[in-house]
Design a protein around this ligand. Sequence first.
Ligand SMILES: Nc1ncnc2c1ncn2[C@@H]1O[C@H](COP(=O)(O)OP(=O)(O)OP(=O)(O)O)[C@@H](O)[C@H]1O
Ligand SMILES: [Mg+2]
Length: 342
Amino acid sequence: MTNSIPMSERETVLQVKGLKKHFPVHRGVLSRVVGQVYAVDGVSFTIRQGETLCLVGESGCGKSTVAKTVMRLLEPTAGTIEVNGVDISDLSESKLRAHRRQMQIVFQDPYSSLNPRLSAGAIVSEPLTNFDLATGAALAERIAELFERVGLRPEAAAKYPHEFSGGQRQRLGIARALAVNPSLIVADEPVSALDVSVQAQVLNLLIDLQEDLGLAYLFVSHDLGVVEHIGHRIAVMYLGRIVETADNADLFGTPLHPYTEALLAAAPLPDPTIKRERLILQGDVPSPVRPPPGCHFHTRCPYAVDRCRSETPPLAEVAPDHWVACHLRPVGGPFGPLSRTI
Ligand SMILES: Nc1ncnc2c1ncn2[C@@H]1O[C@H](COP(=O)(O)OP(=O)(O)OP(=O)(O)O)[C@@H](O)[C@H]1O
Ligand SMILES: [Mg+2]
């Protein structure tokens, strides 16, 4: 549908600016607030019609918190979330309702995210009934159409979630999300719980749906193989911040942030005969309760210099549409290998 329009000219579906989500840390019998978990600490990105933005990063870097905050399942601490031009970041629950239709979420675990007591047909009809979108024969017809759209037989509507395989359950979750004709789907690790053989089928279904319906996807994953398969743009997160964002080919072809370089080096290569210099990450991810000053990554970065320990690098456009938060990557390059300081 939207394939012929260049990405940069398409309508913006989601624009997130300066998003923060801090969770209070309580201690003691009086449950006093003794600190904050800086789970998401100033994240900005844009997703256009028909575009997939993948958020990638190690466990605990804040990916799911971004996904849930964008959906307003969590209240943002700061920042704006514009969905089709409307800032929903501080809308009241009643005003938010009208906008909920435009954004739907698909969760990682198709086992726990579907109500086991409802039939598959009832699961998909729930959002249609909630938003008064269809009743009677039109409802039955819409459900059959949605089942077919996601590769399930319409007869499956009478079955219960436990009668489906993992892949089929995830198809059901996708049908439920599609029911209300959203323009944005937020998918948090939607294939991570599935067998590898089933993962590709579900990813390809998401890609087909996007091509046909012009959907925008915010796709959260820690799996670089999945991200490379589905992402138009990739944003790499580290301790609550985006450290690099670029088109798929640029990010995988020319990673410029030392953390991205390390992530790619740690991922298995499809061709084991290819040798790649391994940049092994030193130490653990620091706690988001006390993120390191300056560049959050400096404690594990083999290239860190004094400035990295005190000054936060801004996310800067160092090459066309390739944004990096690193003092060692000046705008315009050069972009050769960095020199190690340890
Ligand atoms: N409700 C909460 N209260 C306090 N801290 C939280 C809460 N939810 C998440 N966190 C913390 O926020 C940080 C980010 O968590 P988040 O779940 O967003 O990470 P993630 O990138 O999705 O990780 P994973 O890959 O393991 O799913 C973690 O340190 C986590 O412990
Ligand atoms: Mg998560």
